[in-house]
Write a protein that binds this ligand. Structure first.
Ligand code: AMP
Ligand code: MG
Length: 417
């Protein structure tokens, strides 16, 4: 087991252990945000035939040479084609067909004239324009051709993808399975949020923040509850999580007397790969994996609420995203201007919780105040994590810094662009 490793080494180690989960076939209506596990080939051409982009008249362009407001050309209207309809026959010279948006263009016609550029009479139409060839015609196959690979493996399904799949007649879609996560908390002091916390007890908020982080990462959490600080109770709960794809325990991994996670895991056959990452908050994080890929990947997160969340964000979230099939597993980063000078001792990388503010073209990052790992409020005030490098001691106010964006919705605007 390694100890005291760097953040990036720890991230590499955990991602090396993670694989995209097997495929499952789900209803298209459930597929938003899921990652496609097989390429989607089209068995259809869309549109299947040349069709009209406007309400108007299908014509033979050659009939309209020189037509204008002052010299309109009159064509006989011989039939009508609505969306979903079919022309009864081909269009002959001197003829027009009334046509509506989405209707197939009759054989013989090569152009559509907008209704606005015409004057409808009883059985004929006067056309006031000399349109370019194929004006207002959507070409057969301009969207998709039969045999095209329309969506590639790894596509993250957005509303447009869902609509495309529907238009190809696909109501089922093959995606990577969502990871199932067993969440447990350890500590004699812990109580559930609806219980009385007097007498020095502490609400087990971690189970809730971690479950929410799982959902945000595309996983399905199950809360296994609170283990008391005995090896027996911890073993009981850890065993209950062995069917999951990933097991997250908060607390029980520091060097305190009551921390039993490591020996119990080893008893269950899961050796630790590393314990301790050079970061703050969250030094005491442990990662274990069963040999030969049996059993879940196991993360022991620190108990302090901010440490638990930040270590989850840096190590568990990318692993869950990889399992769900994503290739872009890390958070987006922004360049921001630091609002106040930061200082620390060299040695550990600090993740400083910052609030973000847009000022014209500039983004300003302001530390959220007390950075103690017990101050959960800092997570409610932060939109980003500023990366304060391990060997650095000071970042002066006004410097440009890298900030991991925690809340992608922060990019949304109140006013239209
Ligand atoms: P530990 O890692 O067990 O030493 O815990 C460090 C701190 O985190 C202590 O103040 C614990 O009470 C607190 N803590 C541990 N587990 C949780 C939890 N599930 N929810 C909230 N706080 C916790
Ligand atoms: Mg504890």
């Amino acid at each position: 087991m390694k100890t005291g490793i760097e953040v990036t080494a720890a991230q590499r180690t955990v991602l090396d252990a993670a694989r995209a989960l097997p495929t499952e076939t789900i209803a298209l209506t459930e597929a938003l945000g899921r990652v496609l596990a097989e390429p989607v080939m089209s068995s259809r051409t869309l549109p299947p035939a040349d069709c009209s982009a406007m309400d108007g008249y299908a014509v033979r362009r050659g009939d309209l040479t020189g037509a204008s407001n002052t010299a309109p050309v009159e064509l006989r209207v011989v039939f009508e084609v609505a969306a979903g309809g079919q022309a009864p026959r081909a269009l002959a010279p001197g003829e027009a067909a009334r046509i509506f948006t989405g209707a197939p263009v009759p054989d013989g016609a090569d152009t559509v004239v907008r209704q606005e550029d015409t004057e409808g009479l009883d059985t004929s139409v006067r056309v006031h324009v000399d349109p370019p060839l194929r004006d207002h015609i959507r070409d057969a196959g301009e969207d998709v051709c039969a045999g095209d690979e329309v969506l590639a493996v790894g596509a993250v399904l957005q509303p447009g993808h869902i609509g495309m799949l529907a238009s190809l007649g696909r109501t089922l879609v093959a995606v990577h399975r969502r990871p199932r996560v067993a969440v447990l908390s350890g500590g004699n002091e812990l109580v559930e949020p609806d219980r009385d916390p007097s007498g020095g007890r502490i609400v087990s908020s971690n189970a809730y923040s971690i479950s929410a982080q799982c959902i945000e990462a595309g996983a399905i959490p199950t809360n296994l509850g609170i283990a008391r600080d005995t090896p027996e109770d911890l073993e009981r709960l850890l065993r209950a999580g062995l069917e999951a794809d990933l097991l997250v325990s908060s607390a029980g991994v520091s060097v305190g007397d009551h921390d039993h996670v490591r020996p119990v895991l080893e008893k269950l056959g899961c050796p630790l790969v590393f314990w301790g990452v050079n970061m703050k908050p969250g030094y005491p994080i442990a990662f274990g994996r069963f040999p030969d890929g049996r059993g879940p990947l196991v993360f022991g997160l620190p108990g302090n609420p901010v440490s638990a969340m930040v270590t989850f964000d840096q190590f568990v979230r990318p692993v869950l995203r990889r399992m769900a099939g994503h290739t872009k597993v890390f958070r987006p980063t922004l360049r921001a201007t630091l609002a106040e000078t930061l200082m620390k001792k060299p040695g550990r990388l600090h993740f400083v919780r910052v609030g973000l503010e847009r000022r014209g073209d500039e983004i300003r990052a302001t530390p959220t105040g007390n950075q103690s790992s017990g101050v959960l409020r800092s997570m409610t005030l932060a939109q980003g994590l500023l990366v304060f490098a391990a060997d650095a001691e000071e970042i002066a106010a006004g410097s440009l810094v890298d900030v991991q964006l925690l809340d992608a919705d922060w990019l949304s605007r109140e006013a239209p662009a």
